[in-house]
Design a protein around this ligand. Structure first.
Ligand SMILES: C[S@@+](CC[C@H](N)C(=O)[O-])C[C@H]1O[C@@H](n2cnc3c(N)ncnc32)[C@H](O)[C@@H]1O
Length: 233
């Protein structure tokens, strides 16, 4: 089953890669950029630090972080879907950004011992991993002591709460309807299913504490639609 999820998710992101940035901006009315900036501001990457953007997709977070950690530090964008990572690389060429390293890899298969990051970020990635707990554990092992991590994703709100109802309506009526125009409705319908299987705020906090993070904070953004989890090792 685990194997199947990885293949399914990789297929989805390879398939939507050519429209990914365009649809992200259209479907979030451009707001995803603000939320990503908020995440990076909360994490405060500093010049000279080594960072990773896991599940980087087309690299939005990596580009933001590269401005903060360069020229003395480093930032690596990691994704296991070739086509979406190629878009990130093309964007880097256009921006003349040679600073970011790009790695095609399954996040859960990164070798723990070889890395020592000051910071790790992930936007809309954790929900897509085979196992959320394994993802948080992996991040823990990849961080230095005192290292910080930040995750931005859809907030899994309480069933039938106002934000939950709004989220369902938005995902079904806006996201699926608009993505249908590009023949990608099945792929975008996956978002709702993946949120249903994603741990809620208190479960995420519990997992992070059990994994060993000393500081664990969760905040909602945009009327409870998105959630940001900030962790310090
Ligand atoms: C929703 S996109 C988010 C991309 C980017 N972080 C953003 O916020 O725009 C999720 C990304 O996670 C990647 N992904 C999913 N599972 C992964 C895994 N096990 N290892 C590496 N990347 C993965 C997908 O290929 C996809 O690019």
């Amino acid at each position: 089953m685990k194997f199947n999820k990885t293949i399914e998710v990789k297929h989805i992101f390879n398939k939507i890669s050519f429209k990914y940035d365009f649809l992200n901006s259209l479907l979030s009315f451009g707001l995803h950029k603000l939320w990503k900036r908020k995440l990076v501001n909360l994490l405060e990457p500093l010049n000279g630090e080594d960072w990773a953007d896991l599940c980087c997709g087309t690299g939005d977070l990596a580009f933001l972080i590269s401005k903060r950690v360069s020229p003395m530090g480093s930032i690596t964008g990691v994704d296991n879907a070739k086509d979406i990572l190629n878009i990130a690389k093309k964007k880097a060429e256009l921006k003349k950004n040679k600073f970011i390293k790009w790695e095609i890899k399954d996040v859960l298969e990164i070798d723990d011992s070889s890395k020592n990051f000051d910071g790790i970020c992930m936007s809309y990635g954790l929900r897509n991993l085979n196992n959320v707990e394994e993802g948080i554990k992996k991040v823990f092992y990849l961080l230095k002591n005192q290292g910080r991590a930040g995750f931005l994703d859809f907030h899994h709100s309480t069933k039938n709460s106002l934000s939950n109802i709004f989220q369902k309506i938005y995902l079904r009526l806006v996201v699926v309807t608009i993505s249908r125009l590009f023949n990608l409705s099945q792929e975008y319908a996956y978002i709702e299913k993946s949120i249903r299987n994603f741990p809620k705020k208190n479960e995420l906090i519990k997992i992070a504490k059990e994994v060993g993070f000393k500081k664990v904070e969760y905040r909602t953004v945009f009327f409870g639609q998105m959630g940001i989890l900030i962790l310090v090792k």
